[in-house]
Structures are given as C-alpha cells and as structure tokens.
Ligand binder design. Sequence first.
Ligand SMILES: *Cc1c(COP(=O)(O)O)cnc(C)c1O
Length: 412
Amino acid sequence: MAKEKLIKKAKKYLVAGVDSPVRAFNYVGGDLLVIKKGSGSKVYDHAGKGYIDYVLSWGSLILGHASPKITRDVKKALDSGFSFGTTNIREIELAKAISKAIPVIEKIRFVNSGTEAVMGAIRLARGYTGRDKIIKFRNSYHGHADYLLAKGGSGLATLGIPQSDGVPRDFTKHTIVAPYGDKKSMDKIFTKYDKEIAAVIFEPCGGNYGVTLPDIDFIKYLRVITKKYGALLIADEVITGFRFYFGSLAVKLGVKPDLIILGKIIGGGLPVGAYGGGRRIMNKLAPLGEVYQASTFSGNPVVMQAGLSTLKALRDLRYSYNRPEKLAACLTISLMKEAGRRHIDLKIVRFGSIFSIKFKDKKIFRKFYRGMLRRGIYFAPSEFEANFLSFGHTGKDIDKTIKAAEEVMRDM
Ligand SMILES: *Cc1c(COP(=O)(O)O)cnc(C)c1O
C-alpha cells in the first residue's frame, strides 16, 4: 500500500494515527512513520526506505532490532505456549539474573509496562510506610498514572500541557513536585510534611525532558534525607537499568535505593515492567502482605524469554558497554563541530550512549529533523526525547549520520 494511503488509514482508525502521542510527529511536523520491519540499527517503512534508528523503541532495544539470538530464543518460547498465568521457569530465571546483577533487588515483581511498575512501587511504598505523600521531580517522567501527571515531562512537555485533562485534582494532591538538584527545597518539603512522605521517586539520569545529567551529590542527599525521615527512595530505572552498565545506574553512582523500577531493556523489546527491592519491603506485597497488585499477563513466558536472552547477551558484552557509548560520543562531537563551523546554535546533552539534541528554537529543530529523516536518519521526533545508541549500531552508521547532518546543516 502506498505510504500516503497507509497513513490516511492509520489516522482514520487510530487517534492521530498512533497509540502514543509523540509518535504523531507533531513536534517536527510532517507525516508519522509507519514501520514495517527492523534489523540491527535500521528500520524500514512500507516503501522499503531504510532509516538508521536512534529511537530503538524508545530505548528498549539495546541490542538493536531483531537480534538473531533473541529472535531464536523467543520463537522457541512461543512454540511452548504464549501465556500460562502461572509461574514459569523463564520468569524465575529472569528474576534471578536481575537480582544477581542488582543485589539491592532481593525480590522482584514483574508487570507489563513501566507505568504499571511505577504504580506498583508507589503503592508498595505507601503501604510499607503507612504514608500518602510522594515527591517527584519537575520534568521527570514516570509513566501515565494519574497522580504522576503532575507537570510531567515526555509527551506532555512536548505538547506544552502542564497536566492532563481527566485527572481529578484530588488524585494529584499527594504528589509533591520538587525542583531537581535543590537540596534546600528538599529540606523544606521534608520539614513541612515530615512523616507524611512515603517516598521520593527519581530518574538516576533524566531521559524524558531531554537528557538530564545525574547530580550525584543531590542523589546521595536524597538517600540521606529519605533515611532520616523514614521515607523510601525509589529509583525509576526504566531507561537507565542495564543501559550504561550491567545493572543499576543509581547503584553505580553510589546510592542504594529501597526500590528500583525497571522496564524497556529488560523486556528485550516486548512489553514489560518490574519493581524490586529488599525482602522486607517486597514481602508486603500480596499474598504475603496486604499491598494488592495483580495482573493477567505478568511474567509472560515469551516476554520473560526476550528479557532473559537480552540480559544474557548483555552479560557477555558487559565489558563492551563503551562501544555504543563511544559511537554516541563520536556522533555528538561531530554534530557539535559541524554546527559550530556553520554558526548554528546547537546544544547536545549526552550521558553514555544516550543524548538529546536542542537547537535555538523549534523551527530550526524541525528543519534539521525533516532533513535528517529525508536522508534516512530517524532521530527522536522531539527535543525532549532521548536518542539511543545500541550494540546494533556501527561506525558506518555514524559516518552516514554525520554526512547527512553536514548536508542538512549546509542548507540551514
Ligand atoms: C518509559 C518510561 C516509563 C513508562 O514506561 P512504559 O512502559 O511506557 O509504561 C516510566 N519511567 C521512565 C523513566 C520511562 O522512561
């Protein structure tokens, strides 16, 4: 089917042609992408046009698309049935692999998305502490649960809406939105609400409002102040888990959170979320404890296999995490150089293998973006979303991307 026809059909039956707002490409204008297949660092549309993919299912595919080994293992799992709704060996093995890599996670609960994992972790924190209030940081994104759509980042920031319609005021009244990196305001909040605060939730490296570098000193302070007031510290590592190291970024930065939330990478591209922590806290979950959380598809064997095979591959690659990181460094340095040469105001923030791109204004970003996409480079379609490198990317991909950027910037 012709591209235009397909997009028209998508828009007829899906809202704006998509199932998640940023995919509509509103921020960059032009048509949305309908992708037919992916392989390694590339995706292909229905006309057969290939794109070097720096979105990678929003950071999920750290090994690249359709990694042969993962595909083989997942097919094998499929042959044994799609879903049991009981415990299966793959979920036991994935739980063990995660716990080995992140010893803070003595026990884990699998769910189907990052959003669900965040909801579960916060309910657990509230149940464990017997307190209601939570603190999140301005511009951080923790999925689309009602009470976390309080001045959230990601799609919301992109659309410039401070808070979603349809969220009752009462639902966000226990959510305190704090400025990131500001110890004094943390002091104030804790002094004011004291024993009402159940937990602080943070992203060890911000990935949903552009890339926001970790403030290690501040993160360490979060550990100190939560301990002092008996609140839990929750690290949302849906992006950062297994992204920069074989394990948790928070732990690598020197902080042991009480609960860690995982998603994206640990599903190998299939829908997943998980939250875990020390036995004492996790045992408050039903049926051992009184904090209820259930799900039909949790621990799905096919998803668990994709995660397990991904972690196995990453464990073998653990010493080469600097490979995607080096590619990211090389790419971003070249983009900056090219922009500098042409007096284009470009800001790039990079942490390890992820980076975000920002121009002086949205119009310039748009121009750059459309030019790159036309040349087969698929960056995140918003200045607020992160771009990702994977083990599927090669030096050749980077060279091609730089060459395209040179051409695009020449015309700017
Ligand atoms: C993607 C993301 C989520 C939500 O995960 P979904 O699987 O999209 O529900 C939560 N927190 C962070 C930091 C994320 O990047």
